[in-house]
Design a protein around this ligand. Sequence first.
Ligand code: RIB
Length: 338
Amino acid sequence: MAVSVRDVAAAASVSVGTVSNVLNRPAKVAPATVERVLHAIEQLGFVRNDAARQLRAGRSRSIGLIVLDVRNPFFTDVARGAEDRAAEEGMTVLLGNSDENASREGSYLDLFQEQRVNGVLITPVAEDITRLERLQAGGTPVVLVDRHTEDDAFCSVAVDDVEGGHLAGAHLTAIGRRRIAFVGGPPSIRQVADRLLGARRAVDATPGATLEVIEMTALTVLEGRRAGEGIVSRAPDDRPDAIFAANDLLAVGLLQALVMSGDLRVPDDIALIGYDDIDFAAATVVPLSSVRQPASLIGYTAVDLLLRELGLADDGESAQERAVLFRPELVVRESTGG
Ligand code: RIB
């Protein structure tokens, strides 16, 4: 049976990605590691061209994708982009929904391991990714989606959420708002923490501006509506004059509550901006300003990185970068006076 890239990785006690780096970008790898991998290649008689055929023969034609919330159009757009790239290589994507629950995430990781998927794309629920490190060390490459990491152990694709939060905060201060509320979810979700950090930097740089944090239990329309009802119930002087919602689903719920109150106008009384720029954002009763993430491109790029790690990309090229970080884009609509 031909020796695979996974066999070499196991023999050298490194990840599949490191073997790929030794073969394609040895300058990025510590000399001692290069030596260890080359020794394993020689000992095992690894023949690179066999790797792709071997992987195809020994594995299913699928890739596992685990997202935080399948109801969120952002993630369905990510999944669609992933499917498009996988289909170019005749492969399929198995979709799992962790529902922001670490136990459900673990169950899907077990399932995909049993299904012998070629690799796993995941938006991790928590900061602790030791389970993913073990999965990759066992020969199943992992690509972090919507999570940036400088750790070369994993490929990753994300948007700079700190910059995105700053774009939102700076836009609200630029239109003259000074009592700003950030409506988000648990700070354990890295995307929420990074967006808040960016917004705080923008507010701190604006004399007289304040930032109130309203933490909800989840990033959903229902939680957004609950947050909006809370704001409506306040005395007028105690309300913010602008809201930055950590994603568009929260913003849609907030908008419903504010408009249904009957005595609050968006943006006149309260400006509102979301994040993701999902398709519905432009179609809300007051078209929603948002910070756009290229969701479909994130999914497409994540699969492309995985396929290159595995030597399965038809052009045979390895990945140029293992950590891809896209720039967010401010989209101004009526909800902030656009
Ligand atoms: O899942 C929470 C949020 O993180 C999504 O709305 C999307 O913005 C992702 O980046």
